[in-house]
Design a protein around this ligand. Structure first.
Ligand code: MN3
Length: 205
């Protein structure tokens, strides 16, 4: 991915995740929210030609190298693009998947079991005050862990590789679950694209 950024199509039909996530939510979330982040990221890069030559991951990994005048806009909108593309890619109409292979083994080592990981991920999602994400990440030591981030901050900016995320901004779930973030997170576990997440882990380890 590089400048000028384009709105990547949703990788499945808008009604593919019903009933966990409604068609209406995916239309708003992808067509309005993500689109705005893409447009604002391009705007933020217009006055920063050096940044146009870098990949989005490079920008987010080295926010400190970005001139102050452009930094906050790139942190928020670049994070908004990267986090949302990952979020949409990490869901699948092939429901009820479970982690397999090397990632399943790493999760057992790090968390004890898949169910323990779920409890940890849910606690991170519910414990994030206000808007943000819960992530499964891979560290420079190749160890995996669960972290939470505020707003559109990316784990890339802390030297971590994001493997999987759940968006806990209200726009991700309010139409379907109103204020019941826990019910949304419970349903989200059923639509995780573990096939995709396992591949990401293979690439980062
Ligand atoms: Mn969102």
């Amino acid at each position: 991915m590089s400048f000028p950024y384009e709105l990547k199509p949703l990788p499945y039909a808008y009604n593919a995740l019903v009933p966990e996530i409604s068609e209406e939510t995916l239309h708003f979330h992808h067509d309005k929210h993500l689109k705005t982040y893409v447009e604002n990221l391009n705007k933020a890069l217009e006055s920063y030609p050096d940044g146009q030559k870098k990949s989005l991951e490079e920008l987010l990994r080295s926010l400190d190298c970005i001139p102050e005048a452009n930094r906050t806009a790139i942190r928020n909108n670049g994070g908004g693009v990267h986090n949302h593309e990952l979020y949409f890619d990490c869901m699948s109409p092939k429901k009820g998947q479970k982690p397999a292979g090397a990632l399943a083994a790493a999760m057992d080592r790090a968390f004890g079991s898949y169910d323990e990981w779920k409890a940890r991920m849910k606690a991170a999602a519910l414990g994030q005050f206000g808007s943000g994400y819960a992530f499964l990440v891979c560290g420079p030591d190749k160890c995996i862990s669960v972290v939470q981030t505020a707003n559109q901050d990316s784990p890339l900016s802390k030297g971590l590789t994001p493997l999987l995320n759940v968006d806990i901004w209200e726009h991700a779930y309010y139409l379907d679950y109103q204020n019941l973030r826990a019910s949304y997170v419970d349903a989200w576990f059923n639509v995780v694209n573990w096939e995709f997440v396992c591949k990401r882990y293979e690439e980062c380890r």
